[in-house]
Design a protein around this ligand. Structure first.
Ligand SMILES: [Zn+2]
Length: 425
């Protein structure tokens, strides 16, 4: 889209140059790998729009805005597309800041400052899901920039954020110069420029509701798994020695540390094990763990309908069983070694133990925060597979996990958003 716009700009006015410059945030680590500035909730995006013309140039209006848009495509022989502008903050420009009369004098450089604060919430009018307050509240959180390789990553490195090519969330500073056309009796654009910025919205102490498991009974989550344990090596043909139950602790929220792209995002997750020996065989010791595998799945679910009642939609597959409205990116986690189980026997004769599994998000990928928007949702799940001596199949445990960016406690909630005075077209 940017390329088209700049081409149009050059066709419309070759003698006038309009540029958008953003001051890098003071808090950001500078790197030449990513020219894009990254902003958190509550931070100010500041900079200037500079205009220089080769000849005297009359105009009527200068428009500077901070825009957030999302777009989706359902691929098929007849692709279904949607685009939704969910945010437009407009920089007020007083007439006294403009040249009078409204003419840019040849070869003189004009600069117009702008300042936008990344709001905590979107205006209510940006989401039509009014019948479900919980859904609407989730949609009014800003979605993070996603699906754009040129601005993915944090700390200046470009990283994969697992978004399918069909999904994009793009924020930009957009500047446009207009002049009244006597021929068409309307304002026409003489020059415009769009500069992308990367937005990583933070959530406060209250994480987002888990809409995925609330609305989809088929999400496959399972926090508990029980299997019978057999003696010897022939498994199900051997006599039953007992029963093993595993319960996964809800992993809760993984937080991106505030302005620290270096620190690993890590958490120890507990799995509780209870082994009950069968009455006929109280002497066989409890089983050992043979292997432990862990995986994070990053799921992007999308739609092209702005008013679907259910969110996120259930996953759909096409005739060839290919994902039609989602992408699951599966990321195996490295577990240093298979732990030994330190069983303790209680008075009833049962054995208990707790496994502590370190879960660290791989550093080379961009784990954008969990979000739900009118067109796109990103959810994560954590899955463990444990093979146990004497069990006929592996134990499988799967839980939803949330990823969020830590909010700067020093940044006040955005004034604009609190009062709901964001301009929308
Ligand atoms: Zn919505």
């Amino acid at each position: 889209m940017d390329i088209v716009i700049s081409q149009r700009t050059s066709i419309r006015s070759q003698s006038l140059t309009l540029d958008v410059n953003i001051n890098p945030p003071a808090t950001q680590i500078q790197s030449s790998a990513s020219p894009f500035a990254s902003f958190l909730t509550g931070e100010k995006i500041e900079g200037t729009v500079s205009i220089i013309s080769q000849r005297d140039f009359g105009f009527d209006r200068l428009h500077i805005s901070f825009v957030g848009e999302e777009s989706t495509t359902i691929p098929s022989s007849n692709p279904d597309k949607a685009k939704h502008q969910f945010l437009e903050l407009i920089q007020p420009i007083h007439d006294s800041a403009l040249p009078s009369p409204k003419v840019f004098i040849a070869k003189r450089q004009y600069e117009f400052p702008f300042s936008f604060e990344v709001p905590d919430y979107l205006p209510s009018s940006s989401c039509r899901h009014s019948s479900d307050p919980l859904l609407k509240a989730a949609h009014l959180h800003l979605p993070p920039s996603c699906g754009d390789a040129s601005i993915a990553g944090f700390g200046g490195k470009l990283r994969d954020d697992f978004a399918p090519a069909a999904c994009k969330v793009v924020y930009s500073i957009y500047a446009k110069l207009e002049r009244f056309s006597k021929t068409f009796e309307t304002q026409e654009t003489i020059a415009d420029k769009r500069l992308k910025v990367r937005i990583k919205p933070a959530v406060g102490d209250v994480p987002l509701p888990d809409l995925q498991s609330m609305n989809n009974s088929s999400s496959g989550y399972s926090l508990h798994h029980e299997l019978t344990i057999h003696g010897g090596n022939s498994k199900s043909k051997s006599p039953v020695t007992g029963r093993l139950a595993m319960t996964l602790e809800h992993p809760g929220c993984f937080y991106h540390p505030l302005r620290d792209p270096i620190r690993l995002i890590s958490k120890a997750i507990r799995i509780f094990l209870v082994y009950t020996p069968s009455a006929s065989d109280p002497i066989t010791p409890p089983p050992e763990l043979k292997s432990l595998k862990a995986q994070i799945t990053a799921t992007t679910i999308y739609t092209t309908k702005l008013d679907n009642a259910i969110h996120p939609l259930p996953k759909k597959r096409d005739f060839f069983n290919r994902p039609a409205n989602f992408r699951d990116a599966e990321l195996p986690l490295s577990i240093p070694s298979t732990p030994r189980l330190g069983w303790t026997q209680d008075q009833t004769g049962s054995y208990t133990t707790t496994l502590l599994v370190p879960v660290t998000l791989p550093k080379d990928k961009s784990f954008i925060p969990t979000f739900y928007s009118c067109l796109i949702s990103r959810v994560y799940s954590l899955c463990f597979q444990l093979s146990v001596q004497g069990a006929s199949e592996p134990f499988r445990l799967k839980a939803p996990m949330q990823i969020a960016a830590e909010r700067d406690p020093a940044a006040l909630p955005s004034y604009n958003a609190t009062l709901g005075i964001i301009d929308m077209e």
